[in-house]
Design a protein around this ligand. Structure first.
Ligand SMILES: [Zn+2]
Length: 296
């Protein structure tokens, strides 16, 4: 069962598919954690299934069983987190698309993290996109479509995926009665919250939230340091919480110059910890704390 906002898109795609107008290259884009990858899988399953109903896979036919076993010969998956997609993988894609389907139906390629393609990979993909083949579908997923060459994006049917009205759905998934304050900041990215739950790092996120919303002079620098140094991707989350807090202070009437200075120091902190190798996290945190002191 897909989340409601994904279900709605699935139905739209089914509609165009039934009319024989489904584009050969679909680009699902939108914030991280909206479920793009799940929608891509669902569409891919529907396109490969022998007896789909409204483009939803039956789950029991031979094709579906092959999909479940992870070895359907007419499906190719490319792209993973934190690694770039090279030209060799796109050449493999070209070969895959070229040969006829082993199960006699459609062939589907799902490219996740499409915005991590190298420029030579993107060039190679362009060729494939320019020569569409019948019964061949490419489904690309990326967080930020502007990071892809315009030549690629313009040859795809672009679909923005937005998690709309996800609060109730998220509550159900989390088995809780209400959304916690920190979770309200991620209602647009509900799968991110679920990933954190699965990875059992929710308490870390909550600590970051509490810290960002507490008196900065009381920051436990060592605790923050060990958390952020171990998982630098959480720097973004911490800074999101901080920015939110600074905005609240701004709304309460704090002077503009001070607010702007503080926002700058948060931006600088992100830049330092993410782009400069070997940054001393503890020192950077101490400097951030120093510049945010007037916040509370
Ligand atoms: Zn099936």
């Amino acid at each position: 069962m897909l989340a409601p906002w994904l279900e709605q898109l699935q139905q739209q795609f089914n509609h165009t598919f039934q009319q024989g107008r489904l584009h050969h290259a679909i680009m699902l884009h939108g914030l991280r954690g909206t479920g793009k990858s799940l929608l891509a899988s669902s569409l891919s399953d529907g396109l490969l299934c022998d007896k789909p109903s409204s483009l939803v896979a039956c789950g029991t036919c031979k094709s579906c069983l092959l999909i479940k076993a992870g070895n359907h010969p007419d499906r190719l998956d490319i792209g993973e987190a934190n690694s770039s997609i090279g030209v060799d993988q796109i050449r493999e894609l070209g070969e895959f698309i070229y040969h006829s389907a082993q199960q006699g139906g459609n062939k589907v390629v799902v490219i996740r993290f499409a915005d991590s393609m190298t420029s030579s990979a993107a060039n190679a993909l362009l060729k494939t996109l320019e020569e569409p083949n019948a019964n061949r579908y490419l489904i690309l997923c990326c967080d930020d479509v502007s990071r892809l060459p315009a030549t690629i994006a313009s040859r795809c049917f672009k679909q923005l995926v937005v998690a709309e009205q996800s609060a109730n759905w998220l509550c159900n998934q989390l088995n809780s009665h209400e959304i916690e304050p920190w979770q309200t900041l991620f209602l647009q990215q509900p799968f991110l919250v679920l990933d954190w739950q699965e990875e059992e790092i929710e308490s870390n996120i909550k600590t970051l939230y509490d810290c960002a919303n507490s008196d900065v002079t009381a920051w436990q620098l060592n605790e923050l340091n060990s958390m952020l140094a171990k998982r630098t991707e959480l720097v973004d989350t911490f800074c999101l919480f901080l920015t939110q807090r600074i905005k609240q202070v701004a709304l309460a009437g704090a002077p503009f110059e001070r607010i702007s200075e503080q926002l700058n120091s948060v931006t600088l902190f992100v830049k330092k910890t993410k782009t400069l190798a070997g940054t001393n996290m503890l020192l950077s945190l101490a400097m951030l704390q120093q510049s945010l002191r007037q916040l509370s």
